[in-house]
Structures are given as structure tokens and as C-alpha cells.
Design a protein around this ligand. Sequence first.
Ligand code: NAI
Length: 343
Amino acid sequence: MRIAFFDTKEYDRESFLRAAEGMALQFTFFDARLSADTVRLCEGYDAVCAFVNDTLDAAVLERLYAFGIRVVALRCAGFNNVDVRYAYGKVHVLRVPAYSPYAVAEHAMAMLLTSIRRIHKAYNRTREFNFSLEGLTGFDLHGKTVGILGTGKIGRVFAEICKGFGMEVLAYDPFPAADSGLAYVSLPELFSRSDILSLHCPLTEETRHVIDGPAIAQMKKGVVLLNTSRGALVDAKALLEGIKSRQIGAACLDVYEEETDIFFEDNSGHILEDDVLARLITMPNVLVTSHQAFLTREALDNIARTTVNNLLNFAKDGKCLNELCYRCGKSEECRKQRQEKCF
Ligand code: NAI
């Protein structure tokens, strides 16, 4: 099987070459992102391997189908960049549902601690032999209330970490996990009671801008917002207003609404066109990382292994447990739950 990889970096190449050693898979690694402009590179391949900022909309899927490509293997969990309804019946979409919830949850906590204990400021100061403590006052996490939006794999690991810090954990999820022992509350209650709010739900039409102006207005003054999920969960302009008005005490963002053309690349020699992101980054209480939460050795190895297995299983009998389609989770419609091919 010849596979065209998009948006690849050195760390992807290493982990995939290791995972596929001795397998009948042939990789071509492209630096470019998959989009309507680059889709022609896929001609002659049997499969495509894509990542979070590759575009798999109807136009791109149509071209892939015309090239005879019947399978796209996402090397990530989220699939908001894929038009799964359009893909149905044409291109099978495989993904990596879990690779290390610890990687993402631990990064969320790393950002939270960095932000509230001003570690990023202290690091810069001491490098210049500035040992002043002025402006570095933080606050204890112990006894604070953390609100978790989305209690799937990552949200639940984050809840456990927070409990270890002696925090009270509140949660909101339209599908509460019965066995989690978490205290579920309504969304308005989550907003109004949380000192720290952490987002761990997928990006869907329902969750797009779940954090907007009216939501921010319901929050505690000085709330710390963590987003390690997907950028468009947060209305970035409303976030900026919330920071300027002091309603939001701090924001830790591993993802950003308009990250596609910016994140994962060295833009230090360019003028940043995105005024909202540029302004957010100037704020002393905003910490931005570049969609880095997944990036641990364990996660990269799991991603590569699962993606390779997904492709091999699919090549063997046209079925894969990690296939997804627009019927996923709707029990009476979901063929995979009946051990059948999705289409
Ligand atoms: P998961 O599928 O295990 O859990 C998602 C949870 O969100 C589920 O419990 C679901 O019921 C809940 N949910 C669905 N709609 C909701 C709504 N309207 N409000 C609140 N909760 C809702 O997913 P997992 O593995 O925990 O990942 C969560 C998200 O983290 C992914 O969708 C992805 O966008 C993001 N992610 C970010 C990474 C990074 O590097 N920054 C890496 C991996 C995932």
C-alpha cells in the first residue's frame, strides 16, 4: 500500500518508520498540508494519512475518490476537519481514538501551573539575573473549583490530576460517565462556580463558540480558562474582550480558532496577520502553545502503531474498528456496532 502523508515533521517520520518496519507499507512524506491546492499530490497513491490541520472537505474528498483513493487514515483523534457525511459511501475514514489522554491532560496542568505561578515570567527574569519577586504572586490550586467541559478520556484524566491537587471537580457532559464518580452540573452552573474552566469536548456544530461573550459573562470574575481541545470552542474575539475587561483572569491556549495557517510552523521572521492572536500573545496573563499537548514520545509511538494497524486491518478485510462515519454512536444506525462494514 502506497500512502501519502501530509503535514509531516521529523518526529512523525521517525515514529512511523519505526512502527511500519517490515510491513508492506510504502510512505511518502509531504511537508505540505492537504488542501484543494495540494490534493493533486495524492494521484497514484492508495491511501492518505492526514493530521489535524489538513482539509478533508467535500472538494478534497471528491478528488481523492476520483484518484481511486478509498481510505484516509487520520493520525489524530479529532475529526472536525473531515466532512464525514460527504465521505460516507466513498472514502473510509480511520482515526486514532486514543493515544495518550495523559499527554494532553498533563499538558493542560503544565499550562495551568505555569500561568498561575508565573513560571514563564520567572524563567525569563532569572536568565537575566533579575531575581525580583515583584508581580509573581500566584494562588493555591488546593481548595479551588475546576470545571471540566467534556468528561471523555482526556477530561477524566485531567479530573484525576486535579483531585490530586486537592481541588473540587465539577463537570458538564451531555453524556455523563456513570462510573466516573464526578459531580455533574448544568452548563450555567459550571460557568458560574468554576475558578478554573478546562475544555475537553470535541468541536461540533453544537460546541462551536461554546465559550462566547454571554458564556464569559456568566463566569466568575478572574476565571482561568484552559483550552487544549479545539480552538473554535472559544470565540477568540470574545476571549480578548473578556481579558481586557478583567473578567478572565488568565487563559492557557494550546489551540486557536484560526491556527491552521500559523501553528506548527516557524513564523518568527514573518509579520503575524492575525491581530486577535497577536494581541492575545501580548497579554501577560495569556499563555499560548502551538497545539503541542499531544507531543510526547509515548503518544507519537501509539499514534504511529495504531495508524499502521488501522491501515493493515483495512487492507486485509475492508473493516477497521477505528473507522468513523456520520452514523457513529447512533446505536440503531451504526453498522460497526453490529460488526459490519460501515459501507
Ligand atoms: P472523548 O471522545 O473521549 O471525549 C469527549 C467528551 O466530550 C465525551 O464524553 C462527549 O460526551 C463530550 N461531549 C460531546 N459533546 C459535548 C458538549 N456539547 N459539551 C460537553 N461535552 C461534550 O475525547 P478525548 O480523547 O477526551 O478528546 C477530547 C478532545 O481533545 C478531542 O475532541 C480533541 O479535539 C482534543 N484533543 C486535543 C489534542 C491536542 O494536542 N491539543 C490531542 C488530542 C485530542
